[in-house]
Design a protein around this ligand. Structure first.
Ligand code: ADP
Ligand code: MG
Length: 142
């Protein structure tokens, strides 16, 4: 079932991310969709806070992937934006769905063959100023 939320600041989006992630099992893969500047990386910052990750979560656009190892609850943050029309055979599949962490993927459509059939979808729409409509749903394509 799809749930739809509205946030009016990045802090609220970070808070919502913590709330949502606390209901997901370890090993979950979460896809983040929405335009540039919608708030996808901001959402992942909230995930980093939820997991108690000390490092600042920054956009991994120029790195494609960042892994924050944190004991039994790691964060794998992928931004596939720069992989459009490129080879996606760069080993990301080794990390996606890592059972001791949460995998967060921005621009998942550019690596669609690597996306597991069971995942969660977070879609963020900028509906003016600092207001965002954020929908969340579980997807099982099995
Ligand atoms: P994306 O990763 O989708 O390109 P970012 O998270 O990097 O987007 O950037 C979102 C920008 O929008 C940030 O500058 C953030 O402070 C701002 N912002 C304003 N209001 C919100 C909100 N309600 N939720 C998330 N980000 C917001
Ligand atoms: Mg981003």
């Amino acid at each position: 079932m799809k749930k739809v939320y509205k946030t009016v600041s990045s802090e609220e989006t970070i808070f919502l991310a913590k709330e949502i992630m606390s209901s997901l099992p370890l090993g979950s893969v979460v896809l983040l969709t929405g335009d540039l500047g919608a708030g996808k990386t901001t959402f992942v910052k909230g995930v980093g806070e939820y997991l108690g990750i000390k490092d600042k979560v920054l956009s991994p656009t120029f790195n494609i992937m960042k892994v924050y190892f944190n004991g039994d609850k790691s964060l794998i943050h992928i931004d596939a934006y720069r992989l459009e029309d490129k080879s996606i055979d760069i080993g990301l599949d080794e990390y996606i769905g890592y059972e001791k962490g949460y995998t967060m993927i921005e621009w998942p459509m550019f690596i669609s063959p690597l996306i597991p059939s069971h995942h969660y979808l977070v879609d963020i729409k900028n509906i003016g100023d600092d207001v965002r409509e954020i929908s969340f749903e579980e997807v099982n394509n099995d």
